[in-house]
Design a protein around this ligand. Structure first.
Ligand code: NDP
Length: 479
């Protein structure tokens, strides 16, 4: 085991306090790596490095920056198997999902290369003898705090628009998944990013994360994670007048109407809920099915779930890996215990940790379906980040929409129907940042992504996100 270092000013760096913390494999409980326990001094050094690199990076052309991105995307693809294995080992997801995620990371870099031509200002005709122009300038040092569920993809969403716009960056990964982020940062450096343009500091959110948000030289923070943490980040950022993007929790409803193609809805629900062991912000977290098709749908869903193979993500036959960390496992167990204790719901399938022989120290939990939960159940109110799907039977679309909108979250939602009127009504009335029709979970860097209500504000991806990393200056010229 080789201890992995932070990336500060283009160099692999240990922590100022020389301490480190363990990163463990969630499938085996075994130690995978040790990484530096970053301190406030390390954050200060990383921000200083990013600030020193800013002027020179901002004066490169967007096309030069794009060349580095293309090169990095190529290097990630060349090393995909090695990095996917690392991602599976630290995060738990099956190898196929890790490969997809890395492909997504490379694709994000390439997408922003294609947008370099749109980094420009405007010409505005004004009355009288003169002209008005706007020019777009990068902000300076930007930062992100990211979670452990999709560490590679979310890193791409944060760094790519910021760097291509000429900003420099400090990233704080989640403490259970820093290894893929450190590896990807070193690849970007190898691809030609000048020293200090991208820095990665590892360490606890409460200290390292907060001191990054507090640092007065950081001009923008992009955060993905739990809503309560997002509120804390927003409070700290507000006192420093910093820009913020918050991509927070979700409790996405999936509405299955009586005219839906049930086979594809069943496949959509299985992928939507159990991909990444249910730890996706836009996972299907509540299922509303019309009563006239409920029996058939639930029977088919149960049969599909029974076929899912739970195991170590490195095993080729695994469909669903472990939860990422102990607190996720404890949370899911607590919800199940509460259902049983209060007799509020029926466990159709799953509801316990699987019994393995030989390697049973991981955070495994069986894919679980629950029916008959009351409206005020925690399963319907909270962001359940794990393989647990509550099924609610509804009479019609009105009742489904009422249930869907009862959540304080508003990230994604899906409606499964062939009826265009139902599509229109659903799109108008369901409160969510993304509405899918006859699919769930599909995301792409070309498409704006983000939520409403407690799911946060600001958007990631798509061309408009560049304006989140640029400030417009107006020039008025008199001739
Ligand atoms: P957190 O919001 O605590 O963690 C996300 C990131 O924020 C991590 O990098 C974490 O660092 C950092 N962080 C934690 N506390 C602070 C702080 N005070 N200031 C600045 N940064 C901080 O989520 P958890 O990992 O605890 O997961 C708990 C729940 O959050 C999940 O069950 C799920 O419901 C939700 N979640 C939602 C995600 C989404 O994509 N919508 C993603 C991940 C979680 P560190 O790892 O060092 O603690």
């Amino acid at each position: 085991m080789v201890a992995m270092k932070m990336q500060i000013n283009g160099k692999a760096t240990g922590a100022c306090g020389s301490e480190s913390f363990d990163v463990k494999n969630p499938a085996t409980g075994k130690l995978l790596e040790q990484v530096p326990l970053g301190t406030e001094d390390d954050v200060a050094l990383a921000v200083e490095a990013a600030a020193s690199a800013f002027e020179s990076w901002a004066s490169t052309s967007p096309q030069q920056r794009g060349v580095i991105f293309y090169r990095a995307a190529g290097l990630v693809r060349e090393r995909k198997e090695e990095i996917a294995t690392l991602l599976t080992q630290e995060q738990g997801k099956p190898l196929a999902e890790s490969r997809n995620e890395l492909e997504g990371f490379a694709h994000v870099l390439e997408y922003y290369c294609g947008l370099t031509g749109s980094l420009r200002g405007d010409f505005i005709p004004v009355p009288g003898n003169g002209y008005a122009f706007t020019v777009s300038k990068p902000l300076g040092v930007c930062a992100a705090i990211i979670p452990w569920n999709m560490p590679a993809l979310i890193m791409g969403w944060k760094i790519a628009p910021a760097l291509i716009s000429g900003n420099t960056f400090v990233l704080k990964p989640a403490s259970s998944t820093p290894l893929t982020n450190l590896t990807l940062a070193s690849i970007l450096n190898e691809a030609g990013l000048p020293a200090g343009v991208l820095n990665v500091v590892t360490g606890p959110g409460e200290t390292t994360g907060e001191s990054l948000v507090r640092n007065p030289r950081v001009r923008k923070i992009s955060f993905t994670g739990e809503s309560r943490t997002g509120i804390r980040v927003a409070e700290l950022a507000a006192s420093g007048m910093k820009r913020v993007t918050l991509e927070l929790g979700g409790s996405d409803p999936m509405i299955v109407c009586d005219d839906a193609n049930l086979e594809s809805a069943v496949a959509g629900a299985i992928r939507g809920r159990f991909y990444n062991c249910g730890q996706t912000c836009t996972a299907v977290k509540r299922l509303y099915v019309f009563e006239s098709v409920a029996n058939e749908f639930v029977r088919k869903l149960e049969a599909g779930v029974k076929n899912l193979k739970v195991g170590n993500g490195l095993d080729k036959s695994t469909d669903m890996g472990p939860l990422n960390n102990r607190s996720q496992m404890e949370y899911i167990k607590e919800l199940i215990a509460e259902i049983k204790e209060k007799e509020e719901g029926k466990i159709i399938i799953g509801g316990k940790a699987p019994e393995f022989k030989g390697w049973d120290r991981g955070y495994f939990f069986e894919p679980t379906l629950v029916s008959g939960v009351p409206d005020d159940s925690r399963l319907l109110k909270e962001e359940v980040f794990g393989p647990l799907l509550p099924i609610v039977i509804v009479k019609n679309l009105d009742e489904a929409i009422e249930g869907a909108n009862r959540s304080s979250y508003g990230l994604g939602a899906s409606i499964w129907t062939k009826d265009l009127d139902r599509v229109r009504i659903g799109c108008e009335q369901v409160n969510a940042g993304i509405i899918w029709i006859n699919q769930h979970l599909k995301i792409a860097p070309e498409v704006p992504f983000g939520g409403i209500k407690e799911s946060g504000f600001g958007r990631e991806n798509g061309p408009d996100v560049l304006s989140e990393y640029l400030e417009s200056r107006t020039i008025m010229l008199k001739t």
